[in-house]
Design a binder for this molecule. Structure first.
Ligand code: KDG
Ligand code: MG
Length: 422
């Protein structure tokens, strides 16, 4: 082959150290057992396979197309063990870096490769990462209701199920729907229509209502239970500071996504006014989204997740940066993150030194059947199990019985019709 004189050396695709490690198949499986999931399955010449989650709620097919048309064809013939090199190839090689679609696609490949590597090593993934730093993973569940009374009752139900950390969301009087208040109490599903449904939001009423919920929760359940709340990006920085201040008497575990975090500096204002712990990052796709928040200690928990922020390889860098500043992890774990992400996250949680908490929204029985998994729940904690890999599989024959259904997340407007943040 003629080599340009300007290129000093022509590199081939990095060769596998052994034929058996070569990737021979890489494909996308889309299914909808209760909700949509996008899964990547990578197989080596030896027949070892790994699976990764690429689900981006409401934008599933964009990630699937990116994988099918641009990333997966490159994997054939590569060494499945060269996880870092493949990650760098996918990230740098695109030229167009970052963003949720690309980083979810990279994450799925990355998690599948970590699954393969742990299986090759015959180890549970947490062992490969460095071994367990704790015995079990603290999780929080979701309690919600249309009224304060209903939410208080739901929190009691979660306490009865063994949870010691509970996120509480409640309806706001005068608003038909409120963020986090679902039809089904146990299985929360935010994507509810083929084209986005519209809801109405009123920050003024919300700000006066929410402290009443937490006052009642402390009255009824005492100081022991860890309470969390999600503001879902709906406040301005000043309003967020007000909410944080008004919730201080109720000693929250965290207050999440109080304001959109595109402007990381906005958190300085909030931080100056309240000691309520802040959690941010479920929609972040890379370390660059949280670098300033972390380095300036503007948050207490980082929620960037394995599936939407470039997989284990990248989130490990975020967690290490956060550790320098005493910021702990609190991964996103809603139902739209598949059991594959939950399994991988639990291995990461068991290992990562600066672990804080893991969100755990239960999947429906249909989802659990399509994704058999080794993780188990006991008295408010999860454990990833000890099977080699991340411990989550996909039943492809069953998955085929649940074809993709177009579904989108709602949008919201202020009472005067202004488009707002869902
Ligand atoms: O797809 C969107 C959901 O993952 C999100 O609304 C859930 O905010 C969420 C949370 O904290 O779990
Ligand atoms: Mg959230």
């Amino acid at each position: 082959m003629k080599v340009s004189p300007l290129i000093e050396q022509q590199h081939d695709i990095p060769k596998a150290s052994a034929r058996g490690r070569e990737i021979v198949d890489a494909r996308v499986i889309i299914c909808s057992p209760g909700r949509n999931f996008v899964t990547v399955k990578i197989t080596t010449h030896d027949g070892i396979y790994g699976i990764g989650d690429a689900t981006l709620n409401g934008r599933e097919l964009a990630v699937a197309a990116y994988l099918n048309d641009h990333l997966l064809p490159n994997l054939i013939g590569r060494d499945a063990g060269r996880i870092e090199d493949i990650w760098q190839f996918a990230y740098r090689g695109a030229y167009w870096r970052r963003g949720s679609v690309k980083m979810s696609a990279i994450a799925a490949i990355d998690v599948a490769l970590w699954d393969i590597k742990a299986k090759m090593a015959n180890m549970p993934l947490y062992d490969l990462l460095g071994g367990a730093s704790r015995d079990k993973v603290l999780v929080y569940g979701h309690a919600n209701g249309n009224t304060i009374e209903e939410t208080v009752e739901e929190v009691g139900r979660y306490i009865d199920m063994g949870y010691s950390a509970i996120r509480a969301q409640t309806g706001v009087p005068g608003l038909k729907a409120s963020y986090g208040v679902s039809k089904d109490k146990l299985f929360y599903e935010p994507a509810d229509a083929e084209l986005p449904s519209e809801t109405v939001w009123n920050t003024h009423d919300y700000l006066t209502h929410i402290p009443k919920l937490f006052e009642k929760l402390r009255q009824d359940y005492g100081d022991g239970v860890r309470l969390l709340h999600d503001g879902h990006h709906r406040m301005t920085p000043r309003e967020a500071a007000q909410l944080g201040k008004s919730l201080e008497p109720y000693n929250l575990f965290w207050l999440e996504d109080v304001t959109p975090a595109e402007d990381q500096d906005a958190f300085r204002l909030i931080r100056q006014h309240t000691t309520t712990p802040l959690a941010v990052g479920e929609i972040f796709s890379s370390i660059w989204d949280c670098k300033d928040l972390i380095e300036n200690q503007l948050i207490d928990y980082i929620r960037a997740t394995i599936v939407h922020a470039g997989g284990i390889t990248h989130v490990r860098r975020i967690a290490d940066l956060a550790a320098l500043y005493q910021i702990r992890t609190g991964f996103h774990g809603a139902t739209d993150l598949s059991p594959v992400t939950m399994g991988a996250a639990l291995h990461f949680d068991l290992w990562v030194p600066n672990f804080g908490i893991q969100e755990y929204m239960r999947h429906t029985p249909e989802t659990d059947a399509v994704f058999p998994h080794a993780y188990t729940f006991d008295q408010g904690y999860l454990h990833p199990g000890d099977t080699p890999g991340h411990g989550v599989d996909i039943d492809e024959a069953l998955a085929e019985k649940f074809p993709y259904k177009p579904m989108q997340l709602p949008v919201t407007r202020l009472t005067d019709g202004t488009m707002w943040n869902w």
